[in-house]
Design a binder for this molecule. Sequence first.
Ligand SMILES: [Zn+2]
Length: 579
Amino acid sequence: MKSLRKPIFATTYISLSFFLLCGCSLQQDDADEAPGPDLIVVNADVHTVDSSIPKAEAFAIAGGKFVAVGSTTEIRQLAGNNTEIIDVAGVTVIPGLIDGHTHLLMGSVLAVGVDLSEIEEKRDWLGIIRDKAQGTPEGSWILGGAWDHNLSDGVLPTKEMLDSVAPDHPVLLRDIDGHSAWANSLAIEMAGVSADSPVPPGGEILIDPETGELTGIFLESAGGLFGDAPGMAEATDPVAGIKAAVDLANSLGITTVHDMSNNFDEFLRVFEAGDLTLRVWQGARPPRVIDRSPSEIYAEMAAERERVRLQVAENSQTEVMGPLFDIGYTKLMIDGVLSTYTALMKAPYSDNPDAVAEPFATRDQLNAMIAAAHEYDFPVAVHAIGDAGVSWVLDGFAASPGKAGMQSDRIEHIEVVTPDDVQRFEALGVVASMQPHHATCCVGNYVIDHIGRDRLPNAYAWRSMLDTGVPLVLGSDWPTSPLNPLIQMADTIHRETRIDGVVRPWDEGNTLSFAEALYGYTQAGANMTSWSDEIGSISVGKWADFVILDEKLPDNVDRALENRQVTATYLAGQRVYPD
Ligand SMILES: [Zn+2]
């Protein structure tokens, strides 16, 4: 964290108050008494996401907050002796981005190690691994992965490939689905694994039938054979992992996340160290085994929340940086995913009619958990992907006596939803939390086959939600899809997927405009938190979270958005990327 600055101005101004400020400062003879704002940004194409001034050229910041938004001429007049001036030469500036669904700790291994997601060619994987090895002390683990051999030639990689680029580092890389681990010879040696090692149930060590040697691929639970290897504990330190994930998020323009990690103490350690340069709105998960009444469980979770809130409140960082950490809601799950036929559907899967998805809880259990969460003032977020799963959750919300006071209840993913249930989102006041890349990655890949073309209009129905008046929050679900919000927003604009070998848009009626996508990635996410008046737009009185892009976006933003880069990210007026 940068050094704390003393606020110069009172922190709340009504819009256009800079005229008053300006008048005052011009009347000062002694420049020292009129230091002006801490920072002004001028010559910008500012998308404020504030409907009272949607576009602006400049803004001023004092005490970590926006104190004026207007034209370059107006804002320049505010500058005092001590004001830092950033002239961005016409590029686009947007509010700090808010990712509505992340798993930072789960993804941190990609931030610390190598990230091969979405990369098709194996030689490109190996180039990234070689580069990582060159920057890593010999003998230290190289982890991460997210490789997908189906994007490449469909053939599993081998330990020899890793040996060729990183012979002196133990390397262990998970595939994109987490079902396979790929290790090099040094990793296998350090873990003491051989063809004769006992394999945990459900796992398999792949052996080359010709040589009898390990191939380097370990399926399912066999990947766990490396857990106790020397150096592994240090390599997977959660605090270092969270810090790396926070830095990655900042580099992509993200200043706030709704995180599903449920690791309060690890996040608090990052916060206490002054390294949490990201506002984290975290979801609390009930224990996996429900052995007490839901009320007892949520009473305990409420006490835990209180403990965390007290610890955060005792730290003065939030006075200068604004809110940084809170347990804001609870996260539940009702079904699985479409790819493995585990999402709960109202009618059978089109290409596998015998598949019967098992719900993760009975209706009674789900309803009891929702009601108990509300009783203890937890808004509820429920993972529901199939149209029946979504219906169950809506039923659970409708049945909860405490629903009326919970405007931030939400359903996560909603990959298929019937039109009547879209109406129920609106009627019940439930937020739709959706991840655009889950659609574009997979519609042509398996979704059309699994749900059939007749149900396709019910899939990833972003615009149907908005047109029905349902708040739509966008996010990534990283590490299952790219953390980069510019990719996710571009996906909503082009809605393209590979169908029959050709990349093309599908169901274009459900695309979003850039303004709608940007709202979904900023203010809509803020509205789900208790910080809705403090973040989410470039507005006078809010904490100065903003992002400078590398170019001015065109009037009609198209998929080229995904190629834009973030030049700088600011949190409460302090630069957190590059740091
Ligand atoms: Zn998730």
